[in-house]
Design a protein around this ligand. Structure first.
Ligand code: IPE
Ligand code: IPE
Ligand code: MG
Length: 253
């Protein structure tokens, strides 16, 4: 795995650019990228990590505050064991090779997803990277790992039910904020924009609650090909969107 440094240049100031506060990315198409080149799927995942590094750098340069990346879904357990092991080893290698750079660039890393079923050593690694970056105040990088939106909501419901059973919460006090507090993403603003690569146009269980009003942009490129040009094309598309949140068009538009 190459470990190109995260190079931080001056923030770009392209006129008309609207920078979302929070971008979610469904990083899809690693396997197809590899297949198109006659390579094993693992090569696609390796290049996918390099694309993630590029994306982190882009978000830092353009001043995005939160980036959530979908790296392994609760449904990806249905894949061959070898591929799962490879993806898990990539996470370990990414942390080992990039942690110091992420700290140097003031990136705060959090892993969202279920910790059940993960090996102890992996759990410790996750806690370590979260602790070591906890005081950073720059880009917030949320890695959705062993994540599924339905599982997240189910866990939240269970936690709320436990509070009710313990007598510390009344059913009448269960409102949207109570649910939000019980999600993995408690305290994190909802994504303004969700990007999915590889031409697939579905959400695949990503941020189901949080994405209720996100703008969705689907791009044809496979994730390993995602670069600044594509990023800017997506931001151009985002700038054209009118967000209404159920209301009517904003005055003057
Ligand atoms: C996304 O690429 C990475 C993960 C889901 C872990 P895929 O592995 O889904 O690649 P395709 O969709 O088969 O091309
Ligand atoms: C979604 O991609 C999960 C990740 C990108 C980690 P998948 O490749 O698993 O989604 P489907 O199976 O095409 O819906
Ligand atoms: Mg896929």
């Amino acid at each position: 795995m190459s470990s190109d440094p995260v190079i931080v240049r001056q923030p770009s100031s392209k006129p008309g650019l609207k920078i979302p506060g929070h971008i979610g990315v469904i990083m899809d198409g690693n396997g197809r990228w590899a297949k198109a080149r006659g390579k094993p799927r693992t090569e696609g995942h390796i290049e996918g990590v390099n694309a993630l590094r590029r994306m982190v750098e882009l978000c830092i340069r353009y001043g995005v505050k939160h980036l959530t990346v979908f790296s392994f879904s609760s449904e990806n357990w249905t894949r061959p064991k070898d591929e799962i092991n490879f993806i898990f080893s990539l996470l370990r290698r990414f942390v080992a090779s990039d942690l110091q750079k992420l700290i140097a660039h003031n990136v705060r890393v959090r892993i969202i997803g279920s910790r059940d079923g993960l090996e102890d050593s992996l759990r410790r690694l996750i806690e370590d990277v979260e602790n070591k970056t906890a005081r950073n105040t720059g880009l917030n990088l949320h890695v959705a790992f062993n994540y599924g939106g339905k599982a997240e909501i189910t866990e939240a419901v269970r936690r709320i039910a436990e509070e009710v059973a313990a007598g510390s919460l009344r059913p009448a006090d269960i409102d949207e904020r109570a649910v939000e507090r019980a999600l993995y993403t408690s305290g994190i603003p909802d994504p303004d924009l969700i990007i999915r690569t590889s031409g697939e146009q579905r959400v695949s269980n990503f941020l189901l609650w949080q994405g209720a009003y996100s703008e969705l942009v689907f791009v044809e490129d496979n994730w390993p090909d995602f670069d600044e040009r594509t990023f800017l094309r997506v931001l151009d598309e985002y700038a054209l969107r009118e967000r209404r949140f159920g209301g009517i068009e904003a005055a003057g538009q």
